[in-house]
Ligand binder design. Sequence first.
Ligand code: PGA
Length: 253
Amino acid sequence: MTNKIKYFIGNWKMFGDFRSFKIVLKIHQLYSRLLVSKNNNKIVLCVPNTLISIFANKIKSKFIKIGAQDCHYHEKFGPYTGKISANMLKNVGAEYIILGHSENRHDGDTNLQIKKKIESALKANLKVIFCVGETYKQKKNKKTFISIKKQILESIDKKFNFNNILIAYEPVWSIGSGRIPKSLELNQVIKFIKKESKKLFKMKKYPFVLYGGSVNDKNISIFSAITEIDGFLIGGASQTPKKFIDIIKNYYK
Ligand code: PGA
């Protein structure tokens, strides 16, 4: 069930301006010097829409890809004030997109809307980072598995191209809070997502499942012991080049 490739994906959220390109460059420089097998890692920085084009054009790194953080579900152009389609994001240089992040679910994204977004992102040839995760209340009520299964069932379709979907398990209570799941529980959830998805959608192989929520350069050693985790979605620590690179470095320690 363990995949060789590991993803280290930064979610910059609503932070950054043109000057932040120096962060991207620094990440590139530090990563180039790292003594890890670079073929095994994929680094993606999901930046605000305003920065995708400029970063994607400027970064001449074979290591770093640029991604977006959300899109409208409508496929191309349309009367949707303030919105942007997956196709438009692809056209300015995004290669990945985060969909279903809990911050967007909190703002009203439903499982069905997320499904439509995934569909249009896949049509636009973007790789999708599909986020799932339970709230603290659901965890307390022992509803973790059931709530994740519902999110997956209602947002994934068996006709999707699973080669272009990564699932990110992000417990809502862990995002930005400094709290992380217990290793045993995390291991169980990651395995559950892999097995259930494969079974539900008759996938040929297990999907990539990442973990996200308060990942940093210190606690990464806890996560690296769980080999089923195929990578990380990193919020806060992804805008500090040293911290981001130390996560990768310490992962292999
Ligand atoms: P965090 O955010 O690493 O700051 O907890 C993760 C995310 O929101 O994807």
